[in-house]
Design a protein around this ligand. Sequence first.
Ligand code: UDP
Length: 240
Amino acid sequence: MPNKPIYRRVLLKASGEALMGEQGFGIDVSVADRIAADIKEARSMGVEVGVVIGGGNIFRGVAVASKGGDRVTGDHMGMLATIINSLALRTSLIKAGVDAVVLSAIAMPELCESFSQRQATAYMDAGKVVIFAGGTGNPFFTTDSAAALRAAEIGADALFKGTQVDGVYSADPKKDPNAKRFEKITHAEVLREGLAVMDTAAIALARENNIPIIVYSIHETGGFGAILRGEGRCTVVSET
Ligand code: UDP
């Protein structure tokens, strides 16, 4: 008999880079399918799941700005990239038999519905996976901030940050063999030490709204479900 999940409603943030797999650009459908399978497992446990996906596998606004172009237009392009990724994940979820909807912060009625907090929570109450596309809808933000914002809006019990490694480290474990891994740490410590978890605005928003951040490896098949059962490998960022 599987353990009862330790969270009822969660927001999962995956970077766009996670979706590109080994390709170096764009979307590896097999990776989208695997993330969809992890979400399906969470749904089978009765956990309500919202998702925010980044756009870094396709475009980031800073790429325009660093070449002397207009940052705001660049960020608009980045937000469009997140919509492409969201449609890809929705496709994988539907293929896996998981009911899912994309709600975009930027109106695109031909492609997906527009975001509203009321509609999002109604869909989640009804058991649909809600994918929040288009970031916050504003330039100069990131999808980390969008994830913290949506987590607060939907009343998520936890914000899952899927990363390349299995938690928060004192330094990059791929470069520093002495990097220390934390089991638990507070939002304030993450901010004070400048640890690479999520951007500062996202951590501050999560802290203000008392939302724990669960940092885990997005590449570990079944890792999401294991953490939801209280068994998986992760770092918990919380005030308690
Ligand atoms: N972006 C934005 N506002 C937002 C979210 C994202 O302008 O609220 C743009 C920004 O240019 C960013 C890009 O979309 O670089 C892709 O998002 P992000 O870099 O967060 O993706 P990730 O690193 O998670 O793949």
